[in-house]
Structures are given as structure tokens and as C-alpha cells.
Design a protein around this ligand. Structure first.
Ligand code: GLA
Length: 341
């Protein structure tokens, strides 16, 4: 019997670089997704073909060594998933995806989730699956990512955003007003988190938590003791971003898209000025969007350093208004699923 696992990408509507700091975030899953068809085979090999990468690899399930210098991402993710699952059977995997990679839409987390599901990982809750996918990504990439992407991908509901409180790992769903139109624009900069910049941000947040205590319990008035101006800016982002997420979820509940949009712009400003994760290209696109009256709000989404922008619109724009840009409209969608066939 074959298994087919499907995992969507995610767009974080607001709350970036807060997940690893016990903060808040509000993502949706999107209607671009990755699919893995797994066919059981005999022996000890997992063979995998990725149509998107045009790459075929073979992994022995007893050889779990992960080497960053000599193995492709595909090979490392499969070895990482085999390590996390522990008891894996041989199989042939066929991977298809319309989710752009290295674009801030969580293709790596979608791949980890779909891999675990298609290789028969047994879990008692979606949170357990999300944590196993996070561990897979840590092993495969060495990047100390938080749980935002994996929670969004495993737990999202159609037509809703998730409000995640990372300090207690509590999750609630927030209905999205029907009239909101979501546009994703690619900045044209592809990035990988495997460079130091993301890990540096995590270290800075950890350093702040050591100085101040859990950052979700800290206010701007508590920052007087922080002398390092860079750390101070990082703290300002995390503290104010958490507040914006809470306000944004209230705004959605009240159907107040205009307030929601303003919070998105403020979030971007803080990611750019306090957290230094935007780029010149992204800031230019955001400024351009501010000049269009149909745009309610916009910000970079995900880790930044390139990747994508999410904009909330009153209605779809004219093609002319987006000339020269790579873009797609997205719909808040259901999380990952598994079926037999
Ligand atoms: C990446 C990480 C997430 C999160 C975001 C920024 O997507 O994988 O855990 O930290 O960046 O919000």
C-alpha cells in the first residue's frame, strides 16, 4: 500500500523572530504544497526522487551519518528523518512540490513533516509531529529554527490563522475576514538560513533572556539595564512584535482589517530597523506597496534576509501594478494530511 503525505507551505502573517524567544506569532498555511508518495520496497534502501530538484538519491537506512560538506540537502533530510523515526522500512519516495525553496515559505519544514508522515512516523499529537519535524530540520541543516513553521504546517485550518503562544505552546485559531486578499511577492533574493545570521539572532535572544528573564514577560521599561545598543534593538523588536501579534489577532476578530494592516507595516519597520533582517529590495517593495490604495498592509514574512513579502489587500491588483515582480495570491489553507492509496 502506498502512502501519500501532503504538507503546505506557511506564510507568517505577523510575529517573526519571536518563536525562539517564548513569544507570539500568527501564521497561516497556504495553498502551495509539497507531496511525497511512498511505496514500500524490500531491502534496506530509501530511494528518493525530487521532481523540483531533479535529484535522485539512495540512502541506506542503517547509515545515518550526516555530513554537511559532502551530502546534498535531500540526502541529509532523509537521513535526519530516518534518525528521528528510528524504526524505518525501505521505500521509494517520489517528491513533487509547487512550493518555492529558500523563499521564506517553509519548504524545509514542509519537507520534514511530509517525510516523517510518508515514512510512517507514529505520533500521538500534531505537536509531537511538529517537534519531530523541527528535530529533523535541526539535524539536517544545523539551523536552530523555532517551532513556528512546523506548528503552522501541521495544525493550520482552512480560512483561519493560528495564534501561537510559544511560552506555553498553546494554540488557538482566528477566523480571517472573507474579504481579505493575500498576496505573496518574491523579493528575488533566495536565501539559506544555514549562514550565521539566523543563528546569531537566536543567540542574541538567548542572551537577552539570560539578562532579563523570559522575554514574553518583559516590557520596554525593563530595558534600561541593557547597555549594548544592538541587543537593545533586538529586545525592542521582540517585545513590540509580541504586542503587535496580540493586537493583530484582536483586529481580525473585530473584522478591522485597516488596523491589522497598520500592524503589518509596523512589524516590517521593526524587522528592518531593530532586527536587521530585511534587505534593500524588500524595503523598496514595501515602500512601493504603501503607495497603492488597495494595499492594506505588508511586511516581510518568515526569517527575512531575502525571501517573500506578504501583503493584505482589499482586492486583487491589476497585473500592471505588479509588473516585473514574481507573485502569487494565497488562500489560508488546511495543514498537512496523509492518505493511503
Ligand atoms: C524561520 C524559522 C522559524 C522562525 C522564523 C522567523 O522560518 O524556521 O522558526 O524563527 O524564521 O520568525
Amino acid at each position: 500500500m502506498n502512502l501519500i503525505a501532503q504538507a503546505p507551505g506557511r506564510v507568517n502573517l505577523i510575529g517573526d523572530h519571536t518563536d525562539y524567544a517564548s513569544g507570539f506569532a500568527m501564521p497561516i498555511a497556504i495553498n502551495l504544497q509539497l507531496q511525497i508518495k511512498a511505496t514500500p520496497t524490500s531491502g534496506t534502501k530509501i530511494t528518493a526522487f525530487s521532481h523540483q530538484l531533479n535529484e535522485l538519491i539512495e540512502v541506506d537506512i542503517n547509515d545515518r551519518r550526516i555530513e554537511h560538506s559532502s551530502q546534498s540537502q535531500l540526502e541529509r533530510f532523509i537521513k535526519a528523518a530516518v534518525t528521528v523515526i528510528k524504526d524505518v522500512n525501505a521505500s521509494k519516495l517520489e517528491i513533487t512540490s509547487d512550493l518555492p525553496i529558500s523563499s521564506g515559505l517553509s519548504s524545509s519544514a514542509a519537507f520534514s513533516v511530509a517525510l516523517l508522515m510518508s515514512l510512517g512516523f507514529k505520533y500521538n499529537s500534531k505537536l509531537e509531529l511538529a517537534k519531530a519535524a523541527q528535530k529533523t530540520e535541526h539535524l539536517a541543516t544545523g539551523v536552530p529554527c523555532g517551532l513556528l513553521d512546523q506548528i503552522a504546517i501541521t495544525m493550520a485550518e482552512a480560512g483561519k490563522a493560528l495564534l501561537i503562544n510559544f511560552s506555553e505552546l498553546s494554540i488557538s485559531s482566528i477566523p480571517i475576514p472573507n474579504e481579505a486578499v493575500f498576496l505573496v511577492i518574491h523579493s528575488g533574493i533566495y536565501r539559506t538560513l544555514e549562514n550565521q545570521a539566523y543563528a546569531d539572532r537566536v543567540k542574541q535572544a538567548d542572551a537577552l533572556a539570560k539578562l532579563l528573564g523570559p522575554l514574553n514577560e518583559v516590557g520596554l521599561e525593563d530595558l534600561k539595564s541593557i547597555k549594548d545598543p544592538l541587543l537593545k534593538r533586538r529586545a525592542v523588536h521582540i517585545i513590540t512584535e509580541n504586542e503587535r501579534v496580540k493586537q493583530a489577532s484582536e483586529a481580525l476578530k473585530q473584522n478591522d482589517l485597516s488596523c491589522f494592516g497598520q500592524l503589518l507595516y509596523q512589524s516590517h519597520e521593526s524587522l528592518s530597523k531593530n532586527y536587521d533582517v530585511s534587505t534593500k529590495e524588500i524595503d523598496q517593495i514595501i515602500n512601493y506597496l504603501k503607495s497603492i490604495k488597495e494595499v492594506i498592509g505588508a511586511r516581510l514574512t518568515g526569517a527575512g534576509f531575502g525571501g517573500c513579502i506578504i501583503a493584505v489587500l482589499k482586492r486583487k491588483l491589476e497585473k500592471e501594478q505588479l509588473k516585473g515582480m514574481t507573485y502569487f495570491y494565497v488562500i489560508p489553507s488546511q495543514g498537512a494530511s496523509l492518505k493511503n492509496c
